[in-house]
Ligand binder design. Structure first.
Ligand code: PEP
Ligand code: MG
Length: 322
């Protein structure tokens, strides 16, 4: 971290023409949370709870989870903290505590919200821990791998039931806990008008969205340049989802790796994105890039971006982004 970059710790994430952009943190440990706070993050945009479950033989019980979530919330001193419910599937190699069956196609299998809804005891324990932590700050619940409205309805019913049970036991909980979904399955992006009223906020997971839109395995090393967000299909879907969210007054952030690439910031601003969620390690570089951008000028160049026919054309657009 150079000195010039370090100075940006105390500077706002504001474009040259005065538009404030919010940088939230992706975190999976207490150290990430502390770093995010020190860098002036607007909150935690994605707390991945997987690490609590992996690389161990026993599942974490409610109290252990509660302590972990409470510490994250308290670490951000009053800023919003978005905690994602468990997102594992048969693709995670070390998953002893969950005893998942091998699957021929883990990316399309029992993972994310599907696993939570299939294993209600597991889901309920996590929800109870999350709801109890809500008494200590501003928690938002984020559901991964949602592909249809029924999953949201079922998850919300569990959340409501767990909240009622906890209150009956005398626990203090926050009044309104926002519930949002990851937009990372193409069907969720395309059918968003059908269920946007059922969610309080959205978070776009481009790591998976790109994989599923392009049918390119995100971990496959032999596919080279095929795995990229710089594809007209990805750009179009992002544009539509961001627009729809804004029209319905639903906060929308982008939490895939795409948000952490300083070079992509002008493209995301052109699409109208104002909330980014990224690992603290790249936060200052992205802040620096955004501070060099002119939001209105980039918006004016959106039609040209939408006309780009292929990756090379999108890269040329980026090269001229200023
Ligand atoms: C994503 O899919 O973009 C995402 C942020 O979630 P994960 O990388 O944990 O699948
Ligand atoms: Mg994902």
């Amino acid at each position: 971290e150079t000195r010039a970059l370090a100075r940006l710790r105390r500077e706002p994430t504001r474009t040259r023409d005065g538009v404030d952009i919010r940088l939230f943190a992706n975190a999976e440990s207490q150290a990430d949370v502390a770093e995010a706070h020190a860098l002036g993050a607007a909150g935690v945009g994605l707390y991945r709870t997987e690490f609590l479950f992996l690389q161990r033989s026993a599942l974490p019980d409610e109290d252990e989870q509660f302590r972990a979530y409470r510490d994250v919330v308290m670490g951000m001193s009053g800023q919003p903290v978005t905690i994602r419910t468990l997102d594992v599937g048969a693709d995670k190699t070390d998953r002893t505590g969950l005893s998942l069956r091998d699957e021929p196609n883990p990316a399309l299998g029992l993972r994310g919200i599907r696993l939570s809804l299939a294993r209600r005891a597991l889901f309920r324990t996590q929800l109870r821990a999350l709801l109890r932590a809500s008494a200590y700050g501003r928690i938002r619940l984020l559901l991964p791998m949602v592909s249809c409205a029924e999953e949201i309805a079922q998850a919300r019913a569990e959340i409501a039931a767990m909240a009622a049970a906890l209150r009956a036991e005398g626990h203090e909980l926050a009044e309104n806990i926002p519930v949002g979904v990851m937009i990372e399955v193409p069907a969720a992006a395309l059918a968003l008008p059908a269920f946007i009223r059922d969610v309080d906020f959205l978070s776009v997971g481009t790591n998976d969205l790109v994989q599923y839109l392009l049918a390119v395995d995100r971990n496959h090393e032999g596919l080279g340049r095929l795995y990229t967000p710089l594809h007209p299909a990805v750009i179009r879907v992002l544009r539509d989802v961001i627009r729809l969210a804004q029209r319905h007054g639903r906060p929308i952030a982008l939490c895939g790796e795409m948000a952490a690439a300083p070079d992509y910031a002008p493209l995301l601003l052109a699409l109208g994105l104002t909330d980014f969620s990224l690992h603290p390690g790249t936060m200052l570089e992205v802040r620096r890039r955004i501070r060099d951008c002119d939001y209105a000028a980039l918006q004016a160049r959106l039609p040209a971006l939408l006309r780009a026919r292929d990756r090379d054309a999108i890269e040329r657009w980026l090269a001229n982004a200023g």
